[in-house]
Design a protein around this ligand. Structure first.
Ligand code: SF4
Length: 448
């Protein structure tokens, strides 16, 4: 496939809007946890004895919290796979996942709803054997009522994948694969990121994935990595677009505090990152390149071929359906409460054996209408468009009536433009996306 490339440039003056509160609103647009405490009595708040409305959809996130290594700047790492451990190491954990699913499936609430999307992530979900994937998917399908053509995503690392594995998981119902490709450059992968895979493993597993028969293959890529040059990023884009996956998610790399990456930058053994304005220029180049090659913007940094939306994300974040987090460290959203199940996988497994299936490390206060409106708008800003009509249907009012001052300020600063029934972020608005999301932020969502 011939890949169309374009020039960078774009030196427009950028306008600060306001400072951003200390929360990562882009990663976690749903309500943020409000307080610690694994309290089993919290289960009463979840109204598990109440039925959901007829046909009401919910989603499920299945957490596999283990990784082979800890990458150089990872905020999600929970537990390392013991050296030399085989697939059977995860058998008790998979049994604990089944126990938790079975407990929810027996409640009135989740017996009456319809499971519409499953996302198996981590950690590293590809540490599961294909047979363990079959167990989890099969258990979910038999325990819950499911929608026709339910989206089931498996996320994983290229070094765990091969053709036989793909063929098996496709036959077990995985119809969306999300592959942590990150970069086509081994030095970036191994030295700068500390990733468990190298460039040839990444390329081979991506080529095989595209041939394997998934409905959608999504490729995760990183830009703005310390030491990464624009030409390397352009080459990465050319390779991935040339292979033609249905979906590509590009993430701006973040150096988190107290990580190997931060330490190396402080010691001078790793280059500092490019600044935010330069990252934005790379982003505009990226967006333009995808659009020139037949992709559409789905969410900031996420580009799809038409017809390949992500049901899990749409339902969980925009529509705001309930969501069950299955496994250690997984987030659930039930009856307006956001909570994170116990993060330690050993403790999680023990809790399931003891029947503590709603035990949580963090739990939020109940999201009221204001918080739900904020959540909807923050996610919409991430997608680049606010659907005014959908907001009206969901909340019975026009968002510009509720947030008049914010919308007027954004319009005056050239951050948004109004269209037919929608409000879209301009390129300048995309640069200040975090600020705009924070403008809609509701105190009820704040971590205590
Ligand atoms: S594999 Fe993913 S979750 Fe695990 S340490 Fe690396 S970046 Fe973090």
């Amino acid at each position: 496939m011939t890949v169309k490339t374009r020039q960078t440039g774009h030196n427009e003056e950028l306008i600060p809007l306001r400072s951003i509160p200390g929360v990562n609103v882009f990663q976690y647009p749903p309500a943020m946890p409000a307080g610690p405490g694994a309290k089993e009595q919290f289960a009463g708040n979840l109204a598990l004895t109440q039925r959901l409305a007829q046909g009401e959809e919910f989603t499920m996130f299945v957490s596999i919290p283990y990784c082979k290594v800890r990458c150089n700047s990872c905020p999600y790492f929970k537990a390392k796979m013991p050296k030399g451990a085989g697939y059977d190491f995860l058998d008790p954990y998979v049994s604990a996942l089944e126990t938790q699913m079975a407990a929810y499936a027996q409640t009135e609430r989740f017996r009456s709803g319809t499971l519409a999307a499953i996302y198996m992530g981590g950690g590293t979900a590809s540490l599961l054997s294909a047979d363990q994937v079959r167990r989890i998917v099969g258990f979910a399908k038999s325990a819950f009522r499911t929608s026709a053509g339910m989206e089931i995503t498996l996320e994983g690392n290229p070094s765990d994948f091969n053709r036989a594995y793909y063929a098996e998981v496709v036959s077990h119902g995985i119809n969306r694969l999300s592959i942590g490709y990150q970069s086509a450059d081994s030095d970036i992968l191994v030295d700068k990121l500390g990733s468990p895979h190298n460039a040839s493993e990444g390329l081979r597993s991506l080529q095989d994935a595209i041939q394997a028969g998934f409905r959608t293959v999504n490729v995760d890529m990183l830009y703005g990595i310390p030491g990464q040059k624009l030409e390397q990023w352009q080459r990465d884009l050319g390779i991935v677009i040339g292979l033609g996956p249905e979906s590509v998610t590009t993430y701006s790399y973040i150096v988190y505090g107290n990580t190997v990456a931060e330490l190396r930058i402080r010691k001078g053994t790793l280059d500092a990152q490019i600044d935010d304005d330069e990252k934005h220029r790379w982003y505009l180049y990226t967006k333009g390149t995808f659009e020139d090659n037949g992709y559409v913007l789905y969410k900031k940094g996420h580009f799809i071929r038409p017809g390949h939306p992500q049901a899990y994300s749409d339902l969980s974040y925009r529509v705001g359906t309930e969501s069950l987090g299955i496994g250690a460290g997984a987030y659930s959203f039930v009856n307006g409460y956001l909570f994170m199940s116990v993060g330690n996988p050993k403790k999680f497994t023990t809790d399931m054996e003891r029947g503590l299936f709603t035990a949580a490390d963090f739990q939020s206060s109940q999201a009221n209408t204001d918080a739900r409106m904020a959540k909807y708008l923050m996610h919409s800003v991430a997608t680049g468009t606010i659907d005014v009509q959908e907001f009206r249907v969901m909340f019975g009012t026009d968002p510009r009536n509720v947030y008049r001052a914010i919308f007027e300020e954004m319009s005056a600063k050239g951050l948004t433009e109004s269209g037919d029934g929608s409000i879209s972020m301009t390129d300048r608005g995309t640069r200040w996306q975090q600020n705009i999301m924070s403008a809609f932020y509701h105190e009820g969502l704040r971590r205590a």
